[in-house]
Design a protein around this ligand. Structure first.
Ligand SMILES: NC(=O)c1ccc[n+]([C@@H]2O[C@H](COP(=O)([O-])OP(=O)(O)OC[C@H]3O[C@@H](n4cnc5c(N)ncnc54)[C@H](OP(=O)(O)O)[C@@H]3O)[C@@H](O)[C@H]2O)c1
Length: 356
């Protein structure tokens, strides 16, 4: 695969026949069908740019996609995996003024959500689901579907921003409006939760982190957590969290557990507090004391990643505070199945990345 721009007519036929390497689900929804494949080399059309991909990162969703797809509007197979990544702009189609050749950019998770509140259209086109994802040597995307990233981040660090970081940003900063002195609890030490810890600390909050592992809680403290609770040895952690903040309850809880954790979150949150509903790791169906949510004026705020404008705001904060994403380990392109197994094992602390 060449990295220069378009050649003359003599080269055109050869150019069209060139292929690029991708990691995709092909032939049917099952983990066994996750394979390295080939696609024709993509070329940018009007308003589009091509990225030479440098790194990608995994999210919990990427474990579910190969099993049965994700959502009602999945792209037909084959589907290139993963939503998150970073690449260098190596070719530009007509009518593109930005980004420039050579700029390093992240693709947006939601390709159609530029600004404003979410709607069906804006939430309808995510990478690695309704659209091909980032596990490709080259990607062609609308110029508006990519955002420049700070130079000080490594490729792997930059690749973690599109989904996990932006989701945490939306929860803590945009929707949560967390302020200095507020009390925040984040569940677990996965990708979203550690970004939520970092953004809540940027906002000046007191942050409690829960985890199944004391060793991970130690690392969370090194990352800035003010207090920690092991949710395995303290299953009634809602009561403990409330006690840790003087009995008044938390201002904000980042909820990634779902049915097994929401009852504890509702116990720990203060009247008028916000529970950011982000994930359902322990299940998505439950009985809940609705009256308590009403009478205690609790806000349950669904969060789904964020817009291009939100991404730009987050990147400014990341740059200003030299915030470094917590990358647990980096796998090679061909090791995607190994990286997925490691994610599924739950041993990770923060993000797992792929370098191309
Ligand atoms: N709404 C959105 O826009 C959005 C965006 C990204 C992710 N999500 C969702 O958010 C969740 C987390 O995603 P992720 O990518 O951050 O996952 P991840 O990196 O795999 O992190 C998962 C971590 O959550 C903790 N955990 C697991 N089960 C738990 C439970 N029952 N109670 C408390 N903590 C538990 C574990 O931490 P310890 O090992 O420390 O115990 C685990 O390592 C997933 O459900 C994902 O689908 C939603």
């Amino acid at each position: 695969m060449r990295a220069d721009k378009r050649g003359g007519d003599a080269n055109k036929q050869k150019w069209m026949e060139e292929t690029v390497k991708v990691f995709q689900v092909e032939g049917g929804w099952t983990r066994e069908n996750v394979r390295i494949g080939e696609r024709p080399e993509p070329l940018p059309g009007p308003g589009e740019v091509r990225l030479k991909m440098k790194a990608a990162s995994l999210n919990f969703r990427d474990l579910l996609v190969p099993l049965k797809g994700y959502g009602a509007r999945m792209k037909a197979l084959p589907l290139i995996l993963l939503s998150d990544g970073v690449g260098i702009v190596d070719a530009i189609g007509p009518e593109v003024s930005a980004p420039k050749l050579g700029e390093r950019v992240c693709p947006l998770f939601f390709q159609s959500w530029s600004a404003g509140p979410p709607d069906e259209q804006r939430l309808g086109f995510s990478l690695g689901s309704e659209l091909d994802g980032t596990m490709a040597e080259y990607m062609v995307l609308p110029a508006k579907g990519v955002v420049p990233v700070p130079d000080f981040l490594s490729d792997a660090e930059a690749a973690t921003l599109p989904c996990a970081a932006l989701t945490a940003w939306s929860a803590i900063i945009k929707e949560g409006c967390v302020r200095p002195g507020q009390k925040v609890l984040v569940q677990g030490t996965g990708g979203v939760s550690l970004f939520a810890l970092q953004f809540a600390k940027l906002a000046g909050a007191f942050v409690i982190v829960t985890s199944s592992s004391d060793a991970k809680l130690e690392r969370a403290r090194e990352l800035g957590a003010d207090a920690t609770i092991n949710y395995k040895t303290t299953p009634e952690w809602g009561k403990s969290a409330r006690a840790l903040v003087g009995g008044e309850g938390l201002d904000h809880i980042v909820e990634v557990g779902g049915q097994d954790t929401l009852p504890q979150s509702l116990r720990a949150i203060r009247p008028g507090g916000t529970v950011s509903m982000i994930g359902v790791l322990s299940g998505g169906m439950m009985d809940v004391r609705l009256g308590m949510i009403v009478t205690r004026h609790i806000r349950l705020q669904g969060i789904t990643v964020g817009s291009r404008d939100d991404f730009l705001a987050m990147v400014r904060a990341v740059e200003c505070h030299r915030l470094r994403p917590e990358v647990d380990r980096i796998f090679a392109f061909g090791e995607l199945p190994k990286a997925m197994d490691f994610l599924a094992s739950g041993q990770h602390f923060g993000k797992l990345c792929i370098e191309h």
